[in-house]
Design a protein around this ligand. Structure first.
Ligand code: UD1
Ligand code: CA
Length: 462
């Protein structure tokens, strides 16, 4: 096996993004672009991975952590200068080095492997990964001679009309003989339209020395897409989304409208789950089998077991056990744990609360900072009053409890098993087992009060 190294270029600011966030940290389907690149590079098992950092160096390093070594490019003098910063770490290594940009999030390890194989077959010192672009604007162009041999790469800004018309582009990925690369980099100058040290000039330098430079043209341009602005970011996201959705469908998930289903990379979904349009699934969301995720639902870091029905609801950092259902228009907030076969209907909010199996919370309720047992019926409009303006308090409710509609459960409070809360009660004291609590003023009827009302003499009211 040939020793393999990898360099990821991630020092640029990404001026064209017009952003406070460094370019390679912009997300595509839930992960920064540079994470996508590193993940695919890792799949090729290199001995060394060096990420070149500059703008936002600390942020990039914090994010990627120990997955890579780092070399700092203090000033962004061009891609050639960027690669040279890895010299101290890599110059004594044998074998090959792949260079990839941190802003090409769609490239796959399979393509890198094909590039390595081509490089090896051609006995080349450098192999460029190229593609045919429908619109090559902005990319470096691959200039070949009459018999198709690569001569050089010309950047957009340095290209004459004939060169600019070429639609074979440099994807920004290369495979080099490692030691040849670092020798050649010392010969790169910045005499070009942008005053930068171009990595692409290494091609011409090696050619002049009589070395073999090859170009492997990948069949799929889309995969090579480089992201320099928000338009390309949206385009890359669309391609990645399609890739993710296709994979879920292959795994047996029904997506009613895959073009309008937004699933981030880290999400897993079991087979025979149905996902309706305009659903957004983010972060580390895990969904079991035979679930239904209805139109317009958003799930962020949610854990959903099998057979759960979610109708137009939002679930964040919360869990639903087997057979539970929710919605439409309800909200599970962080640390809500919904038991088996629980029913949560419409316009309910549950936060930092554990709901026991088979409990029903049908309509217009707020349950915050509470532990509820099994088989409870929470009536319409029940509010767990958890906040006194200073601190949050917890309420405990046992099992087989009936909480009448429009009750306020003022925490801290304990409601024991087999109890009954009368509708409209404001519960401030503990309720012992098997008791009925009623905490509201008694009704009085004032006889013949009508006569005292101003409308009593109004003809329309008679
Ligand atoms: C580069 C290539 C171009 C190719 C295109 C593919 C050069 C000169 N041009 O152009 O032929 O078609 O990629 O997407 O290489 N970077 C640094 N330090 C620097 C400059 C850039 O780390 O001093 C990093 C950037 O963060 C980015 C990558 O290198 O991740 C590419 O730089 P960018 O400015 O986007 O190059 P392009 O103009 O796209
Ligand atoms: Ca680029």
């Amino acid at each position: 096996m040939v020793n393999k190294n990898a360099i990821i270029l991630a020092a640029g600011k990404g001026t064209r993004m017009k952003s406070k966030l460094y370019k390679v940290l912009h997300e595509v389907c839930g992960r920064p672009m540079v994470d996508h690149v590193l993940t695919q590079v890792e799949r090729t098992n290199p001995t060394n991975i060096v990420t070149i950092v500059g703008h936002g160096a600390e942020k990039v390093k914090d994010y990627l952590g120990g997955r890579s070594q780092y070399a700092l490019q203090a000033e962004q003098l061009g891609t050639g200068h960027a690669v040279l910063q890895a010299e101290a770490l890599l110059k004594d290594e044998d074998g090959i080095t792949i260079v990839v940009s941190g802003d090409t999030p769609l490239l796959t390890a399979e393509t890198f492997e094909k590039l390595f194989a081509y490089h090896h077959d051609k006995g080349a010192k450098a192999t460029i990964l190229t593609a045919t672009a429908p619109d090559p604007t902005g990319y470096g162009r691959i200039i070949r001679n009459d018999i198709g041999i690569v001569e050089k790469i010309v950047e957009q800004k340095d290209a004459n009309d004939k060169e600019a018309a070429v639609n074979e582009i440099n994807t920004g990925v290369y495979c080099f003989d490692n030691q040849t690369l670092f020798q050649a980099l010392h010969e790169v100058t910045n005499k070009n339209a942008q005053g930068e040290y171009y990595l692409t000039d290494v091609v011409e330098i090696l050619k002049k020395k009589g070395e073999i430079v090859a170009a492997y043209r990948m069949p799929n341009f889309e995969e090579s897409m480089g992201v320099n602005d928000r338009i390309a970011l949206a385009a890359a996201t669309k391609v990645m989304r399609k890739r993710i959705n296709t994979e879920h469908m292959r795994n047996g998930v029904t997506l009613i409208d895959p073009d309008n289903t937004y699933i981030e990379v880290g999400v897993t979904i079991g087979n025979d789950t149905i996902v309706e349009p305009n659903v957004v699934l983010k972060g580390n969301t895990i969904i079991g089998s035979d679930c239904f995720v209805g139109a317009g639902s958003t799930l962020i870091d949610a854990t959903i077991e099998d057979n759960v029905q979610i109708t137009s609801s939002m679930i964040e950092s919360a869990m639903m056990h087997t057979g539970a259902n929710i919605g439409p228009n309800s909200h599970l907030r962080p640390n809500a744990e919904i038991g088996e076969a629980v029913h949560i209907g419409n316009f309910c909010e549950v936060k930092n609360a554990k709901i026991g199996d088979r409990t029903k919370i049908g309509h217009l309720s707020y349950v915050g900072d509470a532990t509820l047992g099994t088989d409870i019926n929470v009536g319409c409009g029940v509010v767990f009053v958890n906040y006194d303006g200073v601190a949050k308090h917890h309420a405990n409710v046992g099992s087989h409890v009936f909480i009448g509609s429009n009750s306020n459960i003022v925490a801290p409070v304990e409601i024991a098993d087999h109890t009954f809360i009368a509708a409209g009660s404001t519960i401030t004291d503990d309720v012992p087992e098997k008791a009925m609590a009623i905490a509201r003023a008694r009704q009085t009827n004032k006889a013949n009060y009508w006569a005292k009302l101003p409308v009593a003499n109004d003809e329309e009211w008679q």
